[in-house]
Design a protein around this ligand. Structure first.
Ligand SMILES: [Zn+2]
Length: 281
């Protein structure tokens, strides 16, 4: 095992541990501070010991059920842990490939913190359709600080100013959507999220990442509507297909698409507009 593989593995474990903590933050945000801990089963109140709390592994040992009451444990727990681990590893790779110095370490810490906040916003918006103010504020502060860090010594340069502008440029249309629709098309939370994401993505990626989010959002929405109609037809002909119950009126949270596209574009330096123009030309 070479040292890069070894460190990637260590960083993955670190990410998994942080993911385990993020699960607690997501849980507490939902039911009030400090009221419940991860160390108690939410169904029966049974006390979980350290064997029940090993990230990822416990879920599979216990076959996804509480040791005492056998109630189901949410897949959210292992998934958040695995994804945070993967994100940390990928950010380690991306900064290592750039420059293996103390600069890279600080950059890695910034990225890990930004990814952690994005995981919280992603899961929370998916489950509760709310983006909390504190999470977008933390994201904004982190993304802005990273921008200052990356451009330190050249804060009057065009690179810094363009990247600074990209946050406002991408947040503005979301803000106008919110204003014009009085919150029906787009929540104000999405606009606040885009300010941080714009600073994080920078000038070269904010537009392709946003376009990608709209496309994925459209594909998922249409698939869900189709699934609903297939369900109706299946019922008429008494064919039993069990697809998720989602109505036309169901509000689909948009932040998960924005966050997924931002992470994908950033980590793989993927510019969907560039890829399409290369394909067409
Ligand atoms: Zn239980």
């Amino acid at each position: 095992m070479n040292y890069l593989t070894f460190f990637t593995f260590l960083v993955f474990i670190l990410g998994v541990a942080v993911g385990s903590f993020l699960n607690v933050v997501i849980l507490r945000q939902g039911i009030g501070k400090g009221r419940r801990k991860r160390s108690i089963c939410l169904s029966c109140g049974g006390k979980l010991n350290s064997r029940d709390l090993v990230p990822i592994l416990s879920f599979f040992w216990l076959k996804g059920r509480c040791r005492f009451c056998k109630s189901k444990i949410s897949w959210q727990y292992p998934l958040v842990e695995i994804f945070t681990g993967v994100l940390f590893s990928l950010s380690f790779w991306s900064v290592h490939l750039m420059s293996p110095t103390s600069f890279a370490i600080v950059n890695f810490l910034f990225l890990s913190a930004i990814f952690s906040v994005l995981v919280i916003i992603f899961v929370y918006d998916l489950r509760h359709k709310i983006i909390s103010d504190w999470s977008v504020i933390v994201l904004g502060v982190l993304a802005f600080s990273r921008l200052v860090f990356l451009n330190w010594g050249n804060l009057a340069g065009s690179n810094f100013l363009l990247n600074l502008l990209s946050g406002f440029t991408v947040a503005l249309p979301f803000f106008l959507f919110w204003l014009l629709s009085r919150g029906r098309w787009m929540g104000l939370g999405d606009a606040k999220l885009m300010l941080g994401l714009g600073w994080f993505l920078g000038w070269s990626l904010w537009l392709p990442a946003t376009v990608l989010a709209f496309w994925i959002g459209a594909i998922v929405s249409v698939s869900l509507i189709l699934a609903k109609h297939i369900n109706i037809v299946a019922k008429k002909f008494a064919i039993f297909i069990r697809l998720p119950k989602i109505g036309l009126k169901t509000e689909i949270p948009f932040a998960p698409f924005l966050i997924f596209s931002a992470l994908f574009s950033f980590l793989f330096n993927f510019n969907v507009l560039g890829a399409i123009s290369r394909f067409l030309l």
